[in-house]
Design a protein around this ligand. Structure first.
Ligand SMILES: CC(C)(COP(=O)([O-])OP(=O)([O-])OC[C@H]1O[C@@H](n2cnc3c(N)ncnc32)[C@H](O)[C@@H]1OP(=O)([O-])[O-])[C@@H](O)C(=O)NCCC(=O)NCCSC(=O)C[C@@](C)(O)CC(=O)[O-]
Length: 305
């Protein structure tokens, strides 16, 4: 018999509009991104990661960041977050009034270099003024630790590397860290070790999980994180996504699959699964492909007949 006790409520951050769409080769119009955010908030999502203020040469799909942020009809109680890797990005984001900014580092030197064009130590030097300026402006600062279990360039990543980056982020005032399995190679025990490493420097309420589903492990990894008491997760509607600097990596765990699992376990999310599935259908239809969510597929098949 299981002895695990799980949180009674979980917060999901839908990263679909940002992480989900950043790697799309054909341009997705700002109006479609805005409509997706509206559908997600109408489905009950209380936080959406909307876009990133990064170089348009590196990630052309996010070049419409300000337009997308400006087009959103904000819903009270919903938080809108954006990625800001440096002060230039933060200053550009400020006019868009994000509730939260995300600085994104990595537990692997090689990935840090490929993703943000600097090593770990330099990345922290770039994040420090962002964190200071954001906090002075009353904006919450989240940190992402990519490649927390494995790296496309360095292979397996030791939990000590996660603890090291978490400590550096804590020292500069980053308020929350997300433990990210960027390429989805993690399995439950490894993911737990990575989270425990982050917990050496952050309280449980300030740590979240961000699991890609490349190897089909993301739902199991989510459950493993829940067992540790983690109650905040990044997920992506329809399982959209992939990282431009992690070849072959698929999207995050589908929000629909996580919601289906959590509701089945009696854990509240505040999300209406049917409306969420409709949001997934909307964006999947636009992209001309099927949803990656197994729960959505099953429910859509049932709806169909
Ligand atoms: C980080 C930089 C900007 C550094 O890029 P850099 O080349 O080191 O920056 P630089 O300061 O040398 O400047 C070079 C050029 O970039 C411009 N620039 C400089 N900064 C900005 C900015 N903020 N916004 C717009 N433009 C910028 C700057 O103005 C200059 O323009 P130029 O003079 O050549 O015309 C670059 O490497 C970059 O944009 N990388 C893309 C990173 C990215 O978006 N990766 C995907 C998101 S992370 C992710 O998906 C992982 C995550 C978070 O989901 C968790 C997980 O699963 O692991």
């Amino acid at each position: 018999m299981s002895t695990a006790s799980y949180p009674s409520r979980v917060k999901l951050v839908d990263v679909g509009p940002r992480d989900g769409l950043q790697n799309e080769k054909s341009p997705v119009p700002a109006a479609v991104k805005i409509a997706l955010v509206h559908r997600l908030q109408d489905a009950g999502l209380r936080e959406v990661e909307v876009t990133s203020f990064v170089s348009p040469k590196w990630v052309p799909q996010m070049a419409d960041n300000a337009e997308v942020m400006a087009g959103i009809q904000r819903k009270p109680g919903v938080r809108y977050s954006v990625l800001t890797p440096n002060l230039k990005g933060f200053e550009a984001a400020l006019a868009s009034r994000p509730d939260e900014v995300v600085v994104f580092g990595a537990a692997s030197e090689a990935f840090s270099q490929k993703n943000i064009n600097c090593g770990i130590a330099e990345s922290i030097e770039r994040f420090a003024p962002v964190t200071e300026a954001a906090r002075a402006a009353g904006i919450y600062v989240r940190g992402a630790i990519s490649c927390a279990v494995g790296c496309p360039y360095e292979g397996e990543v030791a939990p000590e590397r996660v603890a090291y980056v978490a400590q550096l982020m804590k020292q500069i005032g980053v308020q929350h860290v997300g433990v990210a399995d960027t390429i989805g190679v993690g399995t439950p025990r490894k993911v737990q070790r990575a989270i425990e490493a982050a917990l050496q420097h952050y309280a449980l309420d300030d740590v979240s999980g961000h699991f890609h589903d490349t190897y089909g492990q993301a739902l199991a990894n989510t459950l493993a994180a829940l067992e540790l008491g983690v109650w905040q997760f990044d997920t992506s509607v329809a399982g959209l996504g992939g990282c431009p600097y992690a070849k072959g990596a698929t999207g995050n765990v589908a929000t629909e699959d996580v919601v289906y699992m959590l509701h089945g376990m009696g854990i509240e999310t505040g999300i209406n699964l049917d409306k969420l599935i409709d949001a997934g259908v909307y964006i999947s239809d636009f992209l001309g492909r099927k949803t990656q969510s197994r729960a959505a597929t099953a429910i859509l098949n049932k709806r169909g007949g």
